[in-house]
Design a binder for this molecule. Structure first.
Ligand SMILES: C[S@@+](CC[C@H](N)C(=O)[O-])C[C@H]1O[C@@H](n2cnc3c(N)ncnc32)[C@H](O)[C@@H]1O
Length: 195
């Protein structure tokens, strides 16, 4: 049996046992207790058949995507957000963290912009700001809850958020590069809540 089919069988088996479904998409090597890690091979954000064969619509409590949406073209990002909304239960949330296009450090922007100098940036398709990501989530039918971002004046804005609802490592408190109070590496982090 091909490796990706075995991965899907394992994923289905784990999902059948989970009561409160919390899903990490595009997880890479990331793991969090209480969350099921998936990747493009087991759950492609852009492949409805992947979702339909594994989940019932309206069944997922939370979806976390850390540094995934910038790898999708904007139209694909909208499609993926709409799909997540459909599979989330009412009140469930999609937590997205992406590089922040309004980060005031020019070196940060040079690293994360599409085709930039940072790791993985050759594959980046878009650099979101709180306005453009917020608009995408609203268009997908979510109520938007901004958690961390730089505003147009370069001021960092944040609300308290719990890692239990989706741990984002590249964030103000959890990225070790921010030791000493300097915000060296942060992300634009937003929840889309399914009404
Ligand atoms: C920069 S890595 C981030 C990995 C991990 N989330 C982290 O925080 O380290 C981007 C991830 O997005 C995944 N990805 C890209 N397109 C995807 C898609 N259409 N569906 C699901 N995952 C996708 C890639 O496979 C990769 O694992």
């Amino acid at each position: 049996m091909p490796k990706h089919q075995i991965k899907r069988l394992i994923l289905r088996w784990r999902l059948a046992r989970a009561r409160d479904l919390r899903l990490m998409v595009g997880a890479g090597m990331s793991r969090q207790i209480g969350w099921i890690s998936t990747n493009i091979n087991s759950l492609n954000l852009l492949d409805e058949a992947d979702w339909r064969t594994i989940f019932a619509e309206g069944s997922i409590a939370a979806i976390l995507a850390e540094h995934v949406w910038e790898h999708l073209r904007p139209a694909d990002g909208l499609e993926a957000a709409r799909r997540c909304r459909r599979y989330l239960r009412p009140g469930g949330h999609l937590r997205i963290a992406v590089p922040d296009g309004l980060h005031p450090d020019p070196d940060y922007i040079a690293a994360v912009r599409p085709g930039g100098s940072g790791a993985g940036a050759a594959d980046h398709k878009v650099l979101y700001t709180y306005r453009t990501l917020g608009a995408l989530l609203e268009q997908a039918g979510f109520t938007v809850r901004p958690l961390e971002y730089f505003d147009a004046a370069g001021s960092f804005q944040s609300s308290e958020w719990s890692p239990a609802d989706g741990m984002v490592l590249r964030s103000r408190h959890f990225d070790p590069r921010n030791g000493g109070g300097r915000l060296v590496y942060t992300s634009l982090i937003m929840d889309g809540v399914r009404p």
